[in-house]
Design a protein. Structure first.
Length: 375
């Protein structure tokens, strides 16, 4: 409905009007009671950090319909520290004072939420770090089912029809029934999985920590191909984990790697089309704008003084790469990129929100907001 929703690292949910570059209403601030009060003092209150990207559902309310606004948005986020799912109503430019619904209803969840939420079939699907997969009713966050997998999970589920695909740290890609969480099949990979799967033309694509990338039949769970193949030249063997979610454009899957390369592979065969060397580590999931793949790279160092982010645009039509669009120092990008038309939004670890216009050449992004200072 023309609004951009962003969750910040300091517990805020923010609505932005992207046409005016203004904040709509006052941001929601979510806190939780941190355990461990000292010397008998009450537990302190801390801001919830969000590793999840907000997901949004339009809700039509027939008895309040008007020509200007036929309903409202329900915005869902998952708390990292407390494992709670929040649903806030956003109506006529204003947030509800309190969440409409939360899950669990009382107390905290069983563990942290690292991977993104997935909204499909009027349900919210997600996993907690302790290896539990959940399906909640999007209308009221009541639990539809949960399944415990004996493994840590940091990735997000991908829904295709009636099947949920999800990877875990114990080197398995699972296909679960969206109706009840029952297992359809699982495929064992060589390494742990943190990347979110992509499903395209009845094939599931996933990368792992063992530097392998797989194409697996979505119905049977059988391997179709694996990259690198045994005869792959040594200079094209990935040097690190596949962390970010890949994207598919025109029969080619572009798989970013923490080694700073994007491996472009034929979706049907796994044959290497091109190896794009972009220099720095890639943990942020790229976004597709037309025939362009927009990729964010960060220096592979947690030393704040060494952080540097470059944004590249790969043209899928001719495999050319743009000159880097450079963000200021002391930034890093782990969050997925997001596109609205030609505008790409970049949310940094410093909680700055930048925009890039892919239709207009530029060397620096536009700073939209410092999310940490919004009130």
């Amino acid at each position: 409905n023309g609004s951009l929703f962003v969750a910040s690292m300091n517990g805020k949910i923010i609505a932005v009007d992207p046409t005016k570059n203004t904040v709509i209403g006052s941001p929601v601030q979510i806190t939780y009671s941190a355990s461990g009060g000292l010397l008998g003092c009450a537990p302190s209150s801390s801001s919830v950090s969000f590793y999840t990207t907000p997901v949004v559902q339009d809700v039509t309310v027939t008895d309040t319909q008007s020509a200007d606004f036929p309903g409202y948005q329900m915005v869902y986020v998952g708390g990292w520290q407390n494992g709670i799912i929040y649903a806030y109503k956003f109506e006529n430019g204003k947030w509800s004072a309190d969440p409409e619904y939360v899950y669990p209803r009382q107390g905290s969840g069983p563990d942290k939420i690292v991977g993104n939420l997935t909204l499909a079939n009027n349900s919210i699907y997600y996993a907690t770090s302790d290896g539990t997969v959940y399906a909640l009713n999007a209308a009221d966050l009541s639990k539809e089912w949960s399944v415990k997998i004996d493994s840590k999970i940091w990735s997000a589920p991908t829904i295709d029809g009636t099947t949920l695909y999800l990877g875990c740290f114990k080197k398995n890609l699972y296909a679960l029934n969206t109706a009840d969480g029952s297992e359809k099949w699982h495929y064992q990979t060589a390494g742990s999985i943190n990347s979110t799967p992509v499903v395209n033309n009845s094939t599931v694509y996933i990368g792992d920590y063992d530097r392998d990338f797989y194409a697996i039949d979505a119905s049977s769970g059988k391997l179709i191909w694996k990259f690198p193949a045994a005869d792959t030249a040594s200079n094209n063997i990935p040097g690190n984990f596949f962390w970010a979610q890949p994207v598919v454009v025109n029969g080619v899957i572009y798989a970013p790697n923490l080694d700073g390369h994007v491996y472009a592979l034929e979706t049907a065969t796994g044959k290497l089309v091109k190896n794009f060397s972009l220099g720095y580590s890639i943990s942020s999931s790229p976004v597709v704008v037309g025939n362009n793949i927009v990729v964010a790279t960060s220096v592979a160092s947690y030393a704040e003084s060494k952080q540097k982010v470059n944004i590249y645009i790969i043209n899928a039509a001719d495999n050319s790469v743009s000159l880097p669009i450079t963000l200021p120092l002391h930034e890093a990008v782990n969050a997925p990129l997001f596109a609205d038309g030609n505008i790409v939004y970049v949310h940094t670890y410093k909680d700055n929100l930048y925009t890039i216009n892919t239709a207009a050449p530029q060397t620096q992004p536009t700073l939209l907001f410092d999310l940490s200072t919004l009130k």
